[in-house]
Design a protein around this ligand. Structure first.
Ligand code: SF4
Length: 735
C-alpha cells in the first residue's frame, strides 16, 4: 500500500485453504489495502480474492446488534429471496422479521431455549454446525460446547460437503486425513496429476507453483470432465466423462501392474492387500475402459507409464473427486495409484487433497466432526472416550453424532423419533445455501423449534433464525488457522468490530455458561463447571491472552500433532507445519517417509468398482449439472459478494455451457435460461465455455438469486456421508 497508514497488521488470507500470509494496512480502523507477506505457502503472492476481497468487513450490511425474531413472523423459506433482494436494494432493514435486543436478552433466550429442549427431549435433540471459516480455537471451543453442554456428538461443518470422502479413504488407507506433501513440493515433481480440481480459480496461488513447475519442465496431467485454465499448461488433458473416475483410475493402475511398472519393492515393504487390488483391476484394461471414460486407451497407457516412471509424481485433487456417491472409492483409487508406483513418502510425490476453506483442515483437526474428538480420536474408541471424559471432567456420549445432511433429515423426523433434532446453534455456516436440495434443507431449518445463528451477515440461514448473534470478521480477531499444507498460522486483530458485534469465542463462552454442562450421569456437577481444561471459562476472548488459553488447551488434546507449536512460537514464526513435536522440531513438510500412520504402519489398499451416480440423465432431464466455484466468489458468496472489487468483476449468476450445446438450444452468451432438476430450478444468464463437456452445464453455488443447490441431489457417499454435488440430472430451456 502506498497510502499513509496508521498500522500494518500481519494475518492470513480468510478465503481459501492455500493459506497465503498477508499484511493488512489500516487507517482509521479501516483496512485500506492488503500486501502479500513472505509466508511458506505463498512467498508474498496473493490472488485477486486475497488482494482485493477485504472490504466485506467494512460492509454496511454487517450485523451490529443482537436480533430476536418477532413473534408470529413466519419462517416460510420462500421469503428468503424477497428478503435478500430487498436487502441488496435497501440495505440493512430487517425489521419486518427481527427486533433489536440487548446481548443479555438475546443470549438468555438463545441459550435458554436450547437448554430447555435438551432438558425436555435429551441431548440428541440438539445439534451444532461450526465453520471452516472460524479459527482453530473457535472450532475447538464450539465442539466442546456441543459435546459437553448439549451432551451429544451432533457437531459438524462444511468439511462434510467438501473432502469427507477423501478423508474417509485416507484414514482407512494411510491413517491420516491430511496431505502427505505440501503444494509447493511440486517443485520436485516430474509429473503433477491434477484431478477434479480447478486450481487456477479455487487455489490460485497453489496453481502458480504448478505453472512454475511446468515452466521448468514438469509434466502436468489435468484430468477433469471440465477442462479449466490449468489445461493451457498441461502436458495431457484427460477430459473423462463425468462420473467415470473409478473406470479411468483403475485403468491407469491396470497398466502400471500389467506392464511391469509397479514398484514391487515398495509394495512388499509397505502395502497390505495388494493381491486383491491386482485381481480387481484385471478387469479394467484401458481398452475396456476407454469407451466408458472417454479417454483413448493409448493415452491412458501413456499417462500411466509417465506416472510410474517419474522421479516424483504428485496427485492433487478437489471436489470433483470427492463430491460423488463414489467419492471414497475415487480417493481409494488415488491412494492405490501412488502406492503401486511407490510415489509417496518422498519429495515431489504423494497425495494432496486441496482443502477448500481457509480453515477446513484446522476445524477438522480441532474436532468439529461428529465421529471424532480433536486430533481424529474416534468417539467410539473407549480409550479416547475415557481420556476426553477425564480431560473435560464431563460425561460424554460414546455414539458418533449425525453429519450435516443427516441432521437436516433428523430435523424432519417424526415426533416419536428419540433422535429428532429440534434445536440448533449454527456458527458461521450457511446451510441454507450450501446444503444439497435446498428446498428440503431450508424447510428443515425453518422447522426447527429453536435456531441460534451467529454470523457477520444476515445470511440465508440467519433469515430463518430465532436469535441472531452478531460476530466478528476474521480481521477483527486473533487466532490460528491451518491450511491445506498442515501449516498452523497466526492471524492478528487489525480492526475493531462494528457496533456491538462480539468475538466468537466470547459468544460461545456466554452461550456455554447459560446452557450448563450436560450432566445426566453426574447430577451433582454444577452447571458451568467445564472441567480441568476450563477453556469455556477462560478470560475475555477478545484479548490475545484469552485466545492463547484456548489454543493451549487444544494443543494438549492434539499433542501427537502440534505439541511443538506453542503460542509463543507462533507469534515468532507466524507459520509452523505439523507434525511438530518439540520446541526445536522444524515440522514435517513430507510425511510417510518410512511408515504410514496406520496401526501397522502399512498402507491399506482397497479395491474399488464402478458405482454409477445416484441420478442419471434421462429423456426428461437430459443434461448433467456440475456445481462449483469461480475465482472471484467464495462458497455461498456471503463475504465475496459484499467485497466491492470482487462483486464488480463478477456481479451476477451465470451458467456455463459449451458452444455445441448452446447452438443446439439456440442460445448464445448472455441469453437467459432456466435449469430445472427434480428438486428445484434457477433462472440465470448463460456463458459459452468450451471447457464444459457436451451434455453438461456448470453453475457456481455462490448466488442466492440463482442458488445452484436448489437443484442438487442429497444422495450420500456411504463412507464419507458427502452429497453428490457434482452430478445430477437437469433440463434446460431458454428464457
Ligand atoms: Fe487467499 Fe487462497 Fe487467494 Fe491465497 S490463493 S490469496 S489464500 S484466496
Amino acid at each position: 500500500g502506498s497510502q499513509v497508514v496508521d498500522k500494518k497488521v500481519d494475518s492470513v488470507c480468510p478465503f481459501c485453504g492455500v493459506g497465503c500470509l498477508l499484511t493488512y494496512n489500516v487507517k482509521d480502523n479501516v483496512i485500506v489495502s492488503v500486501d502479500g507477506r513472505d509466508g511458506p505457502a505463498n512467498h508474498s503472492r496473493l490472488c485477486v480474492k486475497g488482494r482485493f476481497g477485504f472490504d466485506y468487513a467494512a460492509s454496511p450490511q454487517r450485523l451490529t446488534v443482537p436480533l430476536i425474531r418477532k413473534a408470529g413472523v413466519s419462517k416460510d423459506p420462500d421469503l428468503l429471496n424477497r428478503l435478500n433482494q430487498r436487502m441488496s436494494e435497501q440495505g440493512t432493514d430487517w425489521s419486518e422479521v427481527f427486533r433489536e435486543a440487548t446481548w443479555e436478552e438475546a443470549l438468555a433466550l438463545g441459550a435458554g431455549q436450547l437448554k430447555n429442549l435438551r432438558d425436555q427431549f435429551g441431548p440428541k435433540a440438539l445439534a451444532g454446525f461450526g465453520s471452516a471459516k472460524c479459527s482453530n480455537e473457535e472450532a475447538y471451543l464450539f465442539q466442546k460446547l456441543v459435546r459437553t453442554g448439549f451432551g451429544s456428538n451432533n457437531v459438524d461443518h462444511c468439511t462434510r460437503l467438501c473432502h469427507a470422502s477423501s478423508v474417509a479413504a485416507l484414514l482407512e488407507g494411510v491413517g491420516s486425513g491430511a496431505v502427505s506433501n505440501q503444494v509447493n513440493d511440486v517443485e520436485h515433481s516430474d509429473l503433477i496429476f491434477v484431478i477434479g480440481s480447478n486450481p487456477t480459480a479455487n487455489h490460485p496461488v497453489a496453481a502458480t507453483w504448478m505453472k512454475n513447475a511446468a515452466q521448468r519442465g514438469a509434466k502436468i496431467v489435468l484430468a477433469d470432465p471440465r477442462i479449466t485454465d490449468l489445461g493451457q499448461h498441461a502436458w495431457r488433458t484427460l477430459q473423462f466423462k463425468a462420473d467415470t473416475d473409478v473406470a479411468m483410475l483403475n485403468a491407469l493402475i491396470h497398466v502400471v501392474i500389467e506392464e511391469g511398472l509397479a514398484d514391487q519393492d515398495f509394495i512388499a515393504k509397505r502395502a497390505n492387500n495388494y493381491e486383491a487390488l491386482r485381481e480387481n483391476v484385471q478387469g479394467y484394461s484401458p481398452e475396456a475402459m476407454a469407451p466408458i471414460c472417454g479417454i483413448p486407451a493409448e493415452t491412458l497407457r501413456e499417462v500411466a507409464r509417465a506416472f510410474a516412471k517419474a522421479k516424483g509424481a504428485m496427485i492433487l485433487w478437489g471436489m470433483g473427486v470427492s463430491q460423488h456417491v463414489h467419492g471414497t472409492d475415487n480417493a481409494r483409487c488415488l491412494i492405490a495409484l501412488v502406492t503401486v508406483t511407490g510415489q509417496i513418502g518422498k519429495p515431489g510425490s504423494g497425495l494432496h487433497p486441496l482443502r477448500g476453506q481457509n480453515n477446513v483442515q484446522g476445524a477438522s483437526d480441532a474436532g468439529l466432526i461428529p465421529m471424532m474428538f480433536p486430533n481424529y480420536q474416534r468417539v467410539t474408541n473407549a480409550a479416547a472416550h475415557a481420556w476426553f471424559e477425564d480431560f473435560w471432567s464431563t460425561p460424554l456420549d460414546a455414539q458418533a453424532g449425525y453429519t450435516v445432511v443427516e441432521i437436516m433429515h433428523k430435523i424432519l423426523a417424526p415426533e416419536n423419533d428419540p433422535h429428532k433434532v429440534r434445536g440448533m446453534y449454527i456458527m458461521g455456516e450457511n446451510p441454507a445455501m450450501s446444503d444439497p436440495d435446498l428446498n428440503h434443507a431450508r424447510h428443515a431449518l425453518a422447522s426447527l423449534e429453536h435456531l441460534v445463528v451467529q454470523d457477520i451477515f444476515m445470511t440465508e440461514t440467519a433469515w430463518l433464525a430465532d436469535v441472531v448473534l452478531p460476530a466478528t470478521a476474521w480481521p477483527e480477531k486473533n487466532g490460528t488457522v491451518s491450511n491445506t499444507d498442515r501449516m498452523v498460522q497466526l492471524g492478528k486483530q487489525a480492526i475493531a468490530p462494528p457496533g456491538q458485534a462480539k468475538p466468537d469465542l466470547w459468544i460461545i463462552q456466554q452461550m456455554a455458561q447459560r446452557i450448563g454442562a450436560y450432566a445426566s450421569h453426574t447430577p451433582s456437577a454444577p452447571a458451568g463447571d467445564w472441567g480441568r481444561g476450563r477453556p469455556l471459562a477462560c478470560g475475555y476472548a477478545g484479548e490475545f491472552d484469552g485466545v492463547a488459553q484456548v489454543y493451549d488447551e487444544m494443543r494438549r488434546t492434539m499433542h501427537t500433532a502440534i505439541s511443538g507449536i506453542t503460542w509463543e512460537r507462533l507469534q515468532r514464526e507466524s507459520s509452523v507445519t505439523y507434525p511438530c513435536l518439540s520446541a526445536d522440531d522444524p515440522g514435517a513438510p513430507t510425511v510417510f517417509l518410512d511408515h504410514f500412520a496406520t496401526e501397522d504402519g502399512r498402507v491399506n489398499l482397497v479395491p474399488a468398482d464402478i458405482i454409477p451416480a445416484n441420478e442419471r440423465p434421462d429423456a426428461q432431464y437430459p443434461f448433467v449439472l456440475i456445481t462449483g466455484r469461480q475465482l472471484e466468489h467464495w462458497h455461498t458468496g456471503s463475504m465475496t459478494r459484499r467485497a466491492t472489487v470482487l462483486d464488480a468483476i463478477e456481479p451476477m449468476a451465470t451458467a456455463s455451457m459449451c458452444g455445441g450445446d448452446l447452438a443446439q438450444l439456440g442460445l448464445s452468451t448472455g441469453d437467459v435460461l432456466t435449469i430445472e432438476s427434480r428438486r428445484g430450478q434457477v433462472t440465470l444468464h448463460v456463458r459459452r465455455d468450451d471447457g464444459t463437456p457436451q451434455g453438461a452445464v456448470f453453475v457456481p453455488f455462490a448466488y442466492y438469486e440463482a442458488a445452484a443447490n436448489l437443484m442438487t441431489n442429497a444422495a450420500l457417499d456411504p463412507y464419507g456421508k458427502i452429497p453428490e454435488f457434482k452430478y445430477c440430472a437437469v433440463a434446460i430451456r431458454a428464457g
